[in-house]
Design a protein around this ligand. Structure first.
Ligand code: PLP
Length: 413
């Protein structure tokens, strides 16, 4: 039986791809006394955070902050812009794309899933879960939609269930090339603040995100960055919405407040996270994650195991999915590693349950915590009797030792 009074020594290794390890600095900021969310201090905090969060999304447009998990922000994006029965084009990149589709159906939208066309030896029944969004297919489908039935294209930027980061700029180009008026909605719940994302430049209409990944906060806060076109669509959209309605929130945000009780202490945490990201500079943050991901993939290659992402152009900087050999239960392996080494890895979700595990390289990490993660996985693989081609620990150490962290670029103002 689980003994909740037992606390292992040292830090727990939270290496799932979100919630990510929260820096002490942020935990300390969140431990400040809870204040009156209608008082003057909170208004000042709200204004500061609202000004700072736009820089992370690379937008000058409003960013709506909700006290909810990412799923709420998915719902908000659709409910604010669409009407019952509207047709939405989505792309099956993995479990989270599938969940967003299910949510859209439940809201009364009509959905259509495009899937990557091609086979796969490792995962023949989930080939698309090793690839990203195919913009050519989106363009062809939009061109064929002469009646303009499709009201929105919804794609996942960083598919957390697989470790594939799709090229969002190519989706924008596809929509423009087809001359189609559909809105572009992007889930960057696990991409934001770890992988490059440009809400304005890429012409995204709604970017959806959450607090518990690249922003290094605990779960409980979610976001919609909203374009002028999306705001316009909201004027005539008929899906019911109340808690998620943008207009009331944006109106009250002008003075730094919300129509209901925001999660005040997470707001302190967000303020601290924004300071940390600004001091490091977003380009440095992205370079750091890319380097970490390369090191972890070097380990997976040394073990001789396949990385779930089959397209090297789309390797995720946030997490690495690892496919286990036939006959190995990836969840049993994860359990063993957790029990023996107090290290949590991400489970295989949906179609790939039991056939892969996920290693997160985001949040409050550094080279040595990632080497330790690889060591924990390697010990687990050995105990489980999985044949390994070589040492992932040596590979990741040698990668970090021979690839110095890039010199810091100028931090963003
Ligand atoms: N979309 C992606 C890409 C995610 O990674 C997650 C959560 O991991 C979600 C959506 C759902 O967010 P939440 O679990 O915060 O509701």
């Amino acid at each position: 039986m689980l003994n909740l009074d037992f606390h292992p020594t040292g830090r727990h290794f939270l290496q799932i791809p979100g919630p990510s390890p929260v820096p002490d600095r942020i935990l300390r900021a969140m431990s400040l006394p809870t204040i009156d969310h209608r008082g003057p201090e909170f208004g000042a905090l709200g204004l500061k955070v609202l000004a700072g969060i736009g820089k992370i999304f690379k937008t000058r447009q409003p960013v709506v902050i909700y006290p909810c998990s990412g799923t709420g922000a998915w719902e908000a994006a659709l409910a604010n812009t669409l009407s019952p029965g509207d047709h939405v084009l989505m792309f099956e990149t993995g479990h989270f794309a599938s969940l967003w589709r299910r949510l859209a159906e439940r809201l009364g939208l009509s959905t259509e899933f495009l899937t990557w066309q091609g086979g796969d030896e490792q995962l023949p029944d989930a080939a698309g879960w090793r690839h990203g969004v195919d913009a050519d297919q989106i363009e062809a489908r939009l061109r064929a939609d002469t009646g303009r039935r499709i009201k929105a294209v919804c794609v996942v930027h960083n598919e957390t269930s697989t470790g594939v980061t799709s090229d969002i700029a190519s989706v924008r180009k596809a929509i423009d090339a087809a001359g189609h008026p559909a809105l572009l909605m992007v889930d960057s719940i696990s991409g934001l603040a770890s992988a490059d994302l440009r809400h304005d430049e890429w012409g995204i209409d709604v970017t959806v995100s959450g607090s518990q990944k690249g922003l290094m906060l605990p779960p409980g806060m979610a976001f919609n960055a909203v374009s002028a076109r999306a705001l316009e669509a909201a004027r005539s959209a008929k899906l019911p919405r109340s808690f998620f309605a943008w207009d009331e929130i944006i109106a009250m945000n002008r003075d730094g407040y919300w129509p209901y009780t925001p999660n005040t202490n997470l707001m302190y945490g967000l303020h601290e996270a924004l300071e940390m990201l600004a001091a490091e500079g977003l380009d440095n943050v992205f370079a750091r994650h890319l380097r970490w991901a390369e090191g972890v993939r070097a380990a997976v290659r040394a073990w001789g195991l396949p990385v779930q992402c089959a397209d090297p152009r789309l390797y995720s900087p946030v997490l690495t999915g690892v496919i286990v050999p036939e006959g190995v239960d990836a969840d049993a392996l994860r359990r063993l590693i957790h029990e023996r080494f107090d290290l949590s890895l991400g489970t295989g979700l949906g179609k790939v349950k039991g056939r892969m595990f996920r290693m997160g390289h985001l949040g409050d990490s550094n080279d040595l915590t990632l080497v330790a993660m690889v060591a924990g996985v390697e010990m687990g693989l050995k105990i489980a009797g999985v044949p390994l081609a070589g040492s992932g620990v040596h590979a990741v150490m040698s990668h970090f030792a021979t690839h110095a962290a890039p010199a810091r670029l100028q931090a963003a103002a």
